[in-house]
Write a protein that binds this ligand. Structure first.
Ligand code: XMP
Length: 511
């Protein structure tokens, strides 16, 4: 097994997932308890995660130096590399150039001998990685050498091969790092001496776990038509059948046609008709005048729970099923040292005194794993590969106040975007695509007259694990058609812009 010391990176759990994918167990521990846990667990390797901290800030997490004397191979990732450098006598400085997003690294031959590091076995000399840092190691500790550099920093990867200590400034755990899994595999296999075997997800085990948790109790399920809630609902329906009551809240913040789609899927796939609660007016009333994104999330989350509590009382349910997945958890602060990015409504927005127990069978899975589960459950591809849609819906795609008029405007632009991407064969190729009403007005000339209308931003991007994303290279003529149709067909729109920011640093949703 591997021990992962968590310094609060957004991707710590992703490291453990990559490790688990190769059939190796891992335990995530807090830095303050690391030595105690390592002595107890006797791992074959240690991974020091990244984190938002800086090694020179006394308030930021550190680890007892003894960790480097335990004769256990260590891989430091990002902050982990910096901490290792700092604690072993090297020097870390605030970098002149901050690197967030894609970068290329070049492997370096080790001084003294011509070999490349074992960490990079079977890798090309140059490949793309994902960086997210501002500090960097500028002087290496005794015994260490550079094993890869990037355009901006010499210490993209370092090693003391004799003591089996390695550090990478980039994130091998994210899919956007080419050969990231291979690097972790090399660490586990070549350096820690572990046997690797690809793991499989067991549907029967997931169903058994739900049966054991729920027993004879009733469950109500929040369904939204998305892949997460549909997969979660299918698992529960298979586990407990008639004890399950799916509920769809029509909140007015969804995509056009969502309610019809849901009824169709549940009837065809599970033979259950979900109960629809029409709460459009209620949601609009509560959101009136609210512009702060976190407030929007909390209001929507709170209202959902209120409605579910009422519905649960009616059927005497004890559990509330939610399609929460791991990226929702981690982005709503899933570990001690992690920064809070957004309160995803199904995690951070829950009122403390919830009268229902939560059932979240997908809580530890990432989106691509949920899709594998969906395929195994024989759900149609339309559902399995459907774009994720956020719980707070279009409310967080409308910057500023949410009104009935703006919601309709958003739906109209969204429908144009979806239909054009579908026509061009791009809808299935991208991870998510949506417009943002930016709340900014600009000037246009329509029919020889001046008009002043809203700027629409289009966000279309690729991602595997949600933690990282890059913008989709949509052909110019499709973008042109989108801009023309949106400006011509939707009233009060003056301009369309295309968002080409990667995640990190920008999150996928604007709010
Ligand atoms: P961000 O914007 O955090 O989005 O990069 C990552 C993924 O999560 C979705 N998202 C949400 N989902 N409640 C949800 O259920 C939320 O509050 C929320 N905010 C973002 C987003 O659409 C993307 O798939």
């Amino acid at each position: 097994m591997i021990v992962i010391v968590d310094f609060g990176s957004q991707t710590t759990h992703l490291i453990s997932r990559r490790v688990a994918e190769m059939g190796v167990k891992s335990v995530i521990v807090e830095p303050e308890k690391a030595i105690e846990e390592i002595e107890k667990l006797q791992p074959k390797g240690i991974i020091l995660s990244g984190g938002p901290g800086s090694v020179y800030n006394p308030k930021d997490p550190t680890v007892d130096k003894i960790i480097f004397q335990l004769n256990i191979p260590i891989l430091g990732i990002c902050y982990g590399l910096q901490l290792m450098t700092h604690l072993l006598g090297g020097q870390v400085k605030s970098g002149k150039i901050r690197e967030f997003g894609p970068a290329f690294v070049q492997l370096t031959k080790k001084r003294g001998h011509g070999n490349l590091s074992m960490l990079f076995n079977d890798l090309p000399r140059r490949f793309r990685v994902w960086m997210s840092h501002s500090d960097e190691a500028v002087k290496l500790p005794p015994g260490f050498c550079y094993i890869a550099s990037s355009e901006n920093i010499p210490a993209a990867a370092i090693a003391d091969e004799k003591r089996k200590m390695y550090g990478v400034q980039f994130h091998p755990e994210v899919k956007h790092t080419q050969y990231g899994q291979q690097i972790l595999n090399n660490f586990m296999k070549e350096i820690c001496g572990l046997k690797l075997k690809k793991k499989d997800i067991s549907i029967n085990q997931l169903i058994e776990e739900i049966k054991n948790t729920v027993g004879k109790n009733k469950v109500i399920g929040a369904v939204s038509g998305g892949v997460d809630s549909t997969v979660a609902a299918t698992l529960v329906a298979k586990a407990i059948g008639q004890q399950f009551f799916p509920i769809y809240v029509e909140n007015g913040l969804m995509r056009v046609g969502t309610d019809k789609e849901i009824k169709k899927i549940f009837k065809e796939q599970l033979g259950i008709t979900p109960v629809t609660i029409d709460a459009r007016a209620k949601f609009l009333r509560k959101l009136k005048g609210v512009t702060d994104p976190e407030k929007k999330r909390k209001i929507i989350g709170g209202l959902y729970i209120e409605l579910f509590e009422k519905a649960a009382k009616k059927v005497r349910a004890k559990y509330l099923l939610q399609g929460t997945i791991y990226s929702d958890v981690i982005e709503s602060q899933g570990s001690k040292h992690a920064s809070k990015i957004k309160s995803h409504h199904n995690v951070g927005g829950l009122p403390e005194k919830l009268g229902l127990k939560l059932l979240e069978p997908l809580r530890l899975f990432y989106k691509d794993e949920v899709r594998v589960i969906g395929k195994k459950l024989h759900l149609p591809d339309d559902i399995v590969y459907k774009q994720p849609f956020p719980g707070p819906g279009n409310a967080i795609r409308i910057i500023g106040v949410v009104t009935d008029e703006r919601l309709r405007k958003h739906q109209q632009v969204d429908s144009i975007l979806l239909s054009e991407l579908k026509k061009a064969g791009w809808l299935d190729k991208v991870f998510q695509s949506f417009p943002v009403l930016t709340g900014t007005d600009s000037t246009a000339v329509k029919g020889d007259a001046r008009s002043y209308g809203e700027v629409i931003a289009l966000r279309i991007y690729q991602s595997d694990d949600i933690m990282t994303a890059g913008w989709a290279r949509i052909p110019y003529d499709i973008l042109q058609k989108l801009a023309t149709r949106i400006v011509n067909e939707v009233p009060d729109v003056s301009r369309v812009v295309y968002d080409i920011t990667t995640k990190p640093p920008a999150t996928m949703e604007w709010e």
